[in-house]
Structure formats: C-alpha cells, structure tokens
Design a protein around this ligand. Structure first.
Ligand code: BGC
Length: 776
C-alpha cells in the first residue's frame, strides 16, 4: 500500500513537473512571437558576467548564475577571492570517494538552499568530465575516471540542488580533459570511446536528472568547437538524450556565435557586450541562420528563465552552523583509509604524546583554485579539532615545510626532534595550492620534495608514522612502505579538519573508497606519452582504456587501485546468486550476494559489481564497474545486496551500427570491495536476440559474407574458382588448399576478387551475390 502511495506521489510529481515545463514552453513561445529580431538576438548573450539579459517590455526576467560545484561563489566580476561567504563543501574528487549518491543529494540540497538565500538561479556545476590522466589540472573538480560512478553521483547532486528550485549547469561538455591550451585544443576521440567513456556520465544525468542547463566546453571536439558543434549540442544532448533545458557556453567559449545558435548553443556567457548579438542579426538577415532556428533556441532559453524566476523563494536564511556540520559529516564519509598496519588507527586513548607535523594540520588545504574557489564561512583545522576530541593526549606541533611545500632544513630538524619524543607522529602533507588549479595541468603526480623528504626523515626516527594527505588528485608515495598508516583526506572543504579528527580518533569509521586509481609513477599512467598534448591536438589514442581499465589491461600494479579503501572493521562477501545464468539480452538479471561485518565495530562497506566479457569482438576492459551500493553494517550483521542488470551492462558501443550491442557469449559478474579484490564471481551466458541487419556492399569482407545463411556456399565457390580446384573439393590436398585460402582471404573486401581472379569473377558476379545476401 505504502509503495503504491509513494508511486502515485512520484507519478503526480513527475506529471506536475512535465505540465509545468510544457506550460513554460508555451508561455515562452508566445513571448518569442512578440519579439523583434533585435530582442531575440539580445537574449543570445548575457547581460553581465553572471546574469542573463532581461526584456522588461515583455516581462522576461534576468537570472543569475554562480559557480560552482562545491560551494557558492557569488562574485562581483571575476575576482575569485571576493565572493559572498558560503559553505565550502568537499570538492568533487572527495565527494565521489564517498560512493554515496544520497550524500551527494544532501550536499546538493544545501547548495540549493544557499543559492536561494543569495538569489542565485543556477549553480554552475557539477563537473562530470572523466579523468583521462591524473595530471588534469581540474581533476579535483571532477568525480572520477569511471563514467558510472561519476554519472550516479552527478544525478543525485543535480536532483539535490534542483529540489530546492535552483538549476544546475552540468559541465564541461565534452571531452575536456586537459587544461593546457584549453580554449583552442582539439580533442580527437573515436565514437566508441566517446560513448563508453566520455559521454555516459552526461547521458545518465540528462536522462535521469534533467539539469536545467548544460555547459559546453572550451575545446574543439573532433575539429569543431564544442560551442558550435551540432553533433554534441543538438544530436546528442537534445535529440538522443532529450535535454529539456538550455546549453550555455563556458565563459568565453564562443567562437562564431551564429554558428553556435544553429548548432544549439542557447546562451553565450559572459556578455559579449552586444558584439555577437549583431552577428546573429546579420546572419538571420543574410540567410545563413534561419529565424525559426533562432526562435527555437530562444524559446527553450526563455522557458528555463521563467521557471527559474518562478522558483525563487524569498526569505531563505542559511543556517551556517548546520551547513558547517553537514560539510564535516560529508567530508568524514569521503575520507579514504589507504593503509592501517597493526591497526594503528584509530588512535588509542592511552597514547600520551602525539607529534603533529606539517603546516596543513594548522592551515589546511581544503579546496582547489580557479572559478570554483569559495570564500568559506569558517575553517576548521585538524590540530584544534584533535585537541578537542582527544583531551587526554598531548599534541605538539611542528610546521615541517614552507607554505609553498619547499624543503626547509631547520623545520625538518625540529619536526624530527618532535617525532622522536612522541608515541605517534602524524604528518600532514599533500599538494599546496599552486600544484593544482583550473587553467594548467600538473607536471607529474609527485608531491613537493619538501613534503616527501619530511615524511622520509620523520619515518627514520619514529616507527608509528601516520600520513594524512590533503590533495585534489592522485599522488605518488615513495615513503609508502615506511609508514604505518595513510589517510587520504582529499580537499575536504571548510570542515575537513574536523572530519580528519573524527576519523583519526575513531568517532567516524572511514568508509570512502578511491574514485580514481593512485598509480605508483607518472610513467605508469594511460597517457604518459602525451599529456597534456602540446601541439594543439589531443588524440585520445588510449581509447576506452583510461583509469583502472588501463592498469588492469596492462597488468600494472598501482599504489592503490580504483574502488579501494579500508575500514576499522572487516567485511566478508559470500553467496553470489543470479536470477538466471542463461539469459537473453532483453532479460533483466538480478544478482544478489551477502556481505557480513566480521569485525568489532559498526562500519560502512561500498560493494562493487563489475562485468567482464570472456571473449569479445572488440578490445574490452578486463572489468567494468556497472553497479555499487554503500551499506551500513553493525558488528556481526549480514545483509543481502542485489542489483538488477540490463542489456546495457553487458553491451559495448558498436560503431558499425552506431548503437549498443550485446554479443552472444559468456560474461563474468565479479563482485567485491575494490576493482582489484573481487572475491565473488558468477558466469552468465547471454544470447543476442537482435541480430544486426547489415547492408552488404562491395567493401564487405569475405568473412562477413561467410556469416550469412548462404555465405558458406558462396565463399567456398569463390575460393574454389580462384584457386581452380574442382568444386567438389575431393582430395585432401584440395580441401587443405581451400581452407588455407579461406583463412587468408577472410579480410579481403569482396570487390578485390574482381581484380585478383584474372577475369573469372566479374562485377556482375559480385552484384548478384550482394543482391542475394541483402535479401535476407
Ligand atoms: C570555467 C567554468 C566556470 C566559468 C565561470 C570558466 O573559466 O571553466 O567551469 O563555471 O568559468 O566562472
């Protein structure tokens, strides 16, 4: 009963939302019909750096947009540091490490509330680009190297913000994975890689969460700027995925504005001061842009504008303390425990003296630089928070390195002395501000020498070293084997210091897992030979093999694999079951398994399900993440987790039909707690029930023709004719020769026989064969 009632509420809500958007579209259409060409063109570009153009005469309001993904940066102009104070939440790479869409929803809701309180209609985020390389300058602003994880977190984040009547702008579409020459670089990506890696997070979020806007990226995409790319903006976003909202340019991404309108770019930001509007008017007048296309674009833009303004709630006041607490809770769920030898963590209350080493303990690194930079309402540091939580322990602080991360002999000497006198030394290290920012990429995955050297020296004098890392992306760890514990705190937002103290003291049991691989060396990374690409073209030659897909295929041992993270308790996986082990590609298959908390404390486990195709037509990754769920377990408690798999979970993107294909064959379903620890496996046989209708042409290969019902006979005759044997293939020798040529000619386009058969096989013979096989 309850379920039905909920379903009905859901249905009514969806219907209301649909009616609303149809109403806004209707209203927008009426308004556009009353506009002059000049007025229409005026809407194609913003009014200021952050707001859209109003038309007072028609009652069309201006709406306000603000960065960014992990907090509100309502700025005047472009001064990143001078914005209204707002809660700085953990950045995207941190949030994704929670693997918890519900948490992303909560963060989105809080952001929506802060946007309402500041009269902001659209929050410019989330960023869902894939981490093609760990060196990407904006990796801290992106969720993952895996599209399903990024997509699921994005959906919830968007739903959270939009549930408050505030829009989002999912960015940066598309294939925008390097900062170097980001405004002109050409990303060259093949169709399969796009559909399997770079599109899905965008696709999932458009289909399931309908962001009010999508932001196109700066780069060229397969030769054409994203801001005027009809394939990206119209074919994919609008036609294929059904985006209802509008597309906005990244700030300054417009090349030719009229071409952008034609392609499906609704809004240029920031304002081009009227210059580009004149170009739109001229294009309509000279017939290179049809006015009806302009009308369509403006109508969709105005519809969102009207909805956004109507959704504004007056009198919202932010409870800053509550949001700070929420930021702390979120950050705590995102921290990843990478190493914990001898269960050195959580800190034991009988410890007497702990050396706290490293400037980040007092002055945390908590967010990245660039357009997403928030002015926090307060900042918590780990040293003070630890002192509050562990009152019986004496903490002594040494800064250890310079604010820029440089080595300072005197500071190291002091830190070493401090560590010598303590039971445990906790070193706070990572990446200083300058190491990762919008606008440029990292040069390598190494931390500053000052940090690495400090850890190495401290580890020489104290056996109980715990390293806490504050960084937005993967780093190398040359001291990995010399320390007892490693806590990846990421860029945890303004309350991150508190969250670190919660985890170190055991108030919070760590439950994050890596949303990206931590490779051992820069040279091991998928794009090591050419990242960032420097000659104007970034060729995504590694194809679908980024992140763990690459390390698995190449059998490269990373420092810590994708999906990895420890807890203060342990979990045991068992009893994998499939609803069917012999299924058709159209069947939904339920996979269930059990997870038990086998330790002494309550904890959360992120369960991960990967699919592996045993024998595929194309090069496929060893394992691909398809489903995950974070579950809470008391000591001794066991729960059953189940996932429903559908055809897309088994499919690869088939460029021959420009669609997804599930090949008949065997698939291994692998389940566990990290991409490199999948103790459960169940094999399923799937049958393809949608044979692909191929149109055979003169370029079709002999082996393709052989796969048709009459193929075997046709190909045998072709080969016999060619080698001049009798068509009975009587002797063993004849059979052997025919088999040899069949294998050798398999890859030959059929038309080549005309050239090679010395006149025996003609154009007419070929056409007759093609007509016969195309009939089926
Ligand atoms: C960034 C966007 C951001 C915009 C507005 C651009 O430089 O790429 O992510 O939303 O500026 O600040």
């Amino acid at each position: 009963m309850k379920k039905i009632a909920l379903l009905l509420i859901g249905l009514t809500f969806t219907m209301q939302a649909q009616t609303q958007s149809t109403d806004y579209l209707k209203k927008a259409k009426e308004l556009v019909s009353k506009m002059t060409l000049e007025e229409k063109a005026s809407l194609c570009s913003g009014e200021t750096a952050w707001s859209t153009q109003a038309i007072k005469r028609l009652g069309i309001p201006s709406i306000f947009m603000t960065d960014g993904p992990h907090g509100l940066r309502k700025a005047e102009g472009f001064d990143f540091t001078n914005s209204v104070p707002s809660t700085c939440f953990p950045t995207a790479s941190s949030l994704a490490s929670s693997w918890d869409p519900k948490l992303a929803q909560k963060m989105g809701e809080a952001l929506g509330i802060e946007a309402q309180a500041n009269d902001v209609q659209i929050v410019l985020g989330p960023g869902v680009n894939m981490k093609r390389s760990p060196l990407g300058g904006r990796n801290f602003e992106y969720f993952s190297e895996d599209p399903i994880l990024a997509g699921k977190i994005a959906i919830s984040f968007i739903n959270g913000v939009q549930s408050q009547g505030v829009g989002t702008s999912m960015k940066h579409f598309a294939a925008n994975s390097q900062e170097f020459e980001r405004m002109s670089n050409n990303s060259v990506v093949d169709e399969r890689t796009l559909n399997e890696i770079y599109f899905p997070a965008f696709e999932m979020a458009v289909k399931e969460a309908q962001p009010w806007t999508v932001m196109c990226s700066y780069n060229r995409f397969n030769g054409i700027y994203a801001s005027e790319n009809p394939y990206l903006l119209h074919q994919m976003l609008k036609e294929k995925w059904g985006l209802k909202g509008f597309v906005v340019s990244d700030w300054g991404a417009v090349n030719e504005r009229a071409a952008g309108v034609a392609a499906g770019l609704h809004l240029e930001m920031p304002s081009s001061g009227g210059a580009n509007n004149l170009k739109v008017i001229a294009a309509v007048k000279n017939g290179t842009l049809s006015e009806s296309r302009l009308d369509e674009i403006i109508t969709e833009l105005v519809a969102v504008t009207l909805k956004a303004k109507d959704s504004h709630k007056k009198g919202i006041v932010v409870n800053k303390v509550k949001h700070h607490e929420l930021a702390r809770q979120i950050s705590g769920e995102c921290i990843v425990l990478l190493k914990n030898d001898n269960a050195i963590l959580p800190l034991q209350s009988q410890l007497k003296k702990i050396a706290i080493i490293g400037d980040f303990a007092k002055t945390p690194r908590y967010q990245g630089a660039g357009s997403s930079q928030v002015r926090p309402t307060q900042i918590a540091n780990a040293l003070e928070e630890l002192q509050k939580l562990a009152k019986g322990i004496q903490f002594s602080f040494s800064s250890g390195y310079t604010p820029a991360g440089d080595t300072d002999a005197a500071k190291i000497a002091e830190a070493v002395q401090n560590a010598k006198e303590a039971d445990v030394a906790i070193v706070f290290a990572g990446l200083p501000d300058i190491y990762e920012s919008e606008g440029y990429d990292r040069k390598n995955i190494d931390m500053p020498e000052g940090h690495n050297q400090l850890i190495a020296e401290v580890a020489k004098v104290n056996k109980n070293v715990i390293v806490v890392l504050m960084n937005g992306a993967a780093v190398s760890m040359p001291w990995k084997n010399d320390v007892k514990a490693i806590v990846e705190a990421y860029l945890g937002g303004q309350a991150g210091g508190g969250a670190v103290a919660d985890v170190l003291t055991g108030k919070v049991n760590p439950s994050g897992k890596l949303s990206e691989t931590f490779p051992a060396r820069t040279e091991d990374t998928p794009t090591a030979t050419d990242f960032p690409s420097k000659d104007g073209t970034a060729t995504y030659g590694e194809g679908v093999f980024i992140g763990y897909r690459y390390y698995d295929k190449k059998k490269i041992e990373p420092n810590f694999p994708f999906g990895y993270g420890l807890s203060y308790t342990t979990f045991q996986y068992s009893d994998i079951k499939a609803s069917s082990t012999n299924a058709k590609d159209s069947d939904a298959i339920t996979i269930s398994f059990k997870v038990k908390n086998t330790g002494a404390v309550a904890g959360k486990e992120i369960t991960e399900l990967y699919v592996h195709e045993q024998d595929s037509d194309v090069a496929r990754p060893e394992n691909e993440l398809k489903h995950f769920e974070k579950i809470n377990l008391l000591p001794g408690e066991e729960k059953t987790v189940s996932f429903q798999l559908n055809s897309r979970d088994f499919a690869y993107y088939n460029t021959k039909i420009h669609d997804w294909t599930v090949r008949s064959g065997k698939f291994d379903i692998r389940v566990g707690g990290s991409s490199r620890n999948l103790p459960l496996q169940q094999t399923i046989t799937i049958e393809n029930t949608k044979p692909i209708k191929v149109n055979f042409t003169r370029d079709s290969m002999v082996k393709e023709i052989k796969n048709t019902p009459q193929g075997e006979v046709i190909v045998n005759q072709l080969i016999q004719g060619f080698i001049g044997t009798s068509n009975k293939l009587e002797t063993e020798e004849d059979k052997k020769t025919a088999a040899f040529f069949a294998a050798m000619f398999g890859d030959l386009p059929i038309n080549k026989f005309i050239l090679l058969s010395g006149g025996k096989f003609t154009e007419d013979n070929m056409n007759a064969i093609l007509t016969a096989i195309n009939k089926n």
